[in-house]
Structure formats: structure tokens, C-alpha cells
Ligand binder design. Sequence first.
Ligand SMILES: Nc1ncnc2c1ncn2[C@@H]1O[C@H](COP(=O)(O)OP(=O)(O)O)[C@@H](O)[C@H]1O
Ligand SMILES: [Mg+2]
Length: 260
Amino acid sequence: MTPVLAVRELTIRFPNGAGVQDIDLDVAAGETVGLVGGSGAGKSTVARAVAGLVAPDRIDSGRIELDGADVLRARPRAARRLRHAVHLVFQDPYASLAPTLRVDAAVAEPLVIRRTCPDPRERAARVDAALDAVQLEPRHRRAHPHQLSGGQRQRVALARALVTRPRLLLADEPTQMLDASLRVEMVDLLDELAAGSGAAVVHITHDLALAARTCARLVVLRAGHVVESGPTDTLLARPAHPYTADLLAAARRLHTRRSP
Ligand SMILES: Nc1ncnc2c1ncn2[C@@H]1O[C@H](COP(=O)(O)OP(=O)(O)O)[C@@H](O)[C@H]1O
Ligand SMILES: [Mg+2]
């Protein structure tokens, strides 16, 4: 079956010499794949390139295919249409929500902008369904972002993604701003959403243990390169690269400290 996302030998160079080289990444419908690595590894750069947020002249070589269609070589309009199926959720749910919009309006916004759902009643129904899916209580739906907790805001950010019915959800450190106690909950929710909606999900994190919780496959990035990728069980049991072993040890220390 054609994967929803196929990245092939993607190389991106920034003028300062940074970037990513020869990145391969496959994600099937309903699957959550972990893109794991330390700060500066190139995780966000890959996600931003897939979402169309990296300038074309920075993309040196390689392919990005969405449902088999090559977005980098498609005409601009076709590329935009393909990328409508992609939604990026950032790590800071506060920064990604306009302070003046109430929750329901914020979730409706992507539909308004894309004019994909012109009927207000149908739009309201889809907003409700998205907020149901992320389990945000009805009493919070008329609130402004500052009245919500970090976890609630991240749910709103996810609902904004879901309302567009994405084929591909890129979640870039979605738990970074959350308390430790809420992180597992958010990761499990992401996984449920992938399974429930059939979307392909890329979970980006520096926390190997958190990714391992729900991702069947992991791709480990370091300094712009994939150092290792494969089934999570194999990576955990027999990390082939010392960097994976380091990440694993760091994750274990982190989680031992967190859970008494
Ligand atoms: N727009 C940009 N211009 C120049 N360098 C960048 C840009 N975006 C990212 N980088 C550099 O690319 C490398 C990878 O960054 P990033 O993808 O943000 O890593 P991560 O998300 O894994 O922390 C870093 O060295 C970063 O400084
Ligand atoms: Mg990043």
C-alpha cells in the first residue's frame, strides 16, 4: 500500500551550513511513527519541509511524496492542494492560538480560511466533533485561550488540526510545554486519534521512551542524519547506534526520576 507520507533522501541546506541530509521516512495511514533526536537534530526542519514551510531553494535534493504524489515537483497549486491534507501541530499551544479567539472560533478557523465547509451549521457540527475527539469539555468551548490550562490548550490545537480531517498530522514536540503528568495522556490521545481517523501521524520528540509508548516504528535523527530507524521493539532491545543507546539511557533516567 502507498504510504501517506514518503520522504526519500531529502537534503536541506541552510546558508549557515546547517540542515538535514538523506532523510528517509515512511508513514502509513493509521500509523504513528516517532521522529526522535536531541535539540538541533533536524526534526522540525523535516516536519516543516513536509508542511511546505521550508523555502524551495533550501531543498537541495530528494523527494516528499504525499499519497504517492511528489509535492516538490508538483505545480504550486497542486502542491498547495496536496498539503491541505497535512497539518502541523507546534510544541507551544499558546503561541499557536490567537488570544482573542474563543475555542470554538479557533477550531473553526482552518475551515473558514480554506472555505472547505461554507455551511455554518455543518461547520459547527464538525467543530463539536473535533472537540469531542480531543475530549475538551463543553463548558470550555466558549473560553479564551488564557482561561485554559496548558493541557486544554494543546487539546484545542489538536482539535484545530483534526477539524480539517488531515491525512497526515505532524506533531512537533506536542508535550513539551505540558506537565510530566499530562504528557502520557497527550501521547495516548494522539495515538487514539490516528487509529480512529486513519490519519498518519509523525510524533516528534527528544524523549525516546515517550515515542516508544505508542509508535510501532522510530526514526532516530542526529546532527541532520538518520542514524537508525526500524521497529520500536528492535531499537529498544538492540540499539544499533550508540546515539540511540544514549537517548534510551537519557529517557530511562528521566522517567525513573519522574515516577517515584
Ligand atoms: N531557517 C533556518 N535557517 C538556518 N538554520 C536553521 C533554520 N532552521 C533550522 N536551522 C538549523 O538546522 C538545524 C536543525 O534544526 P531543527 O530542525 O530546528 O532541529 P530540532 O527540531 O531537531 O531541534 C539546527 O542546527 C538549526 O539551527
Ligand atoms: Mg524542533
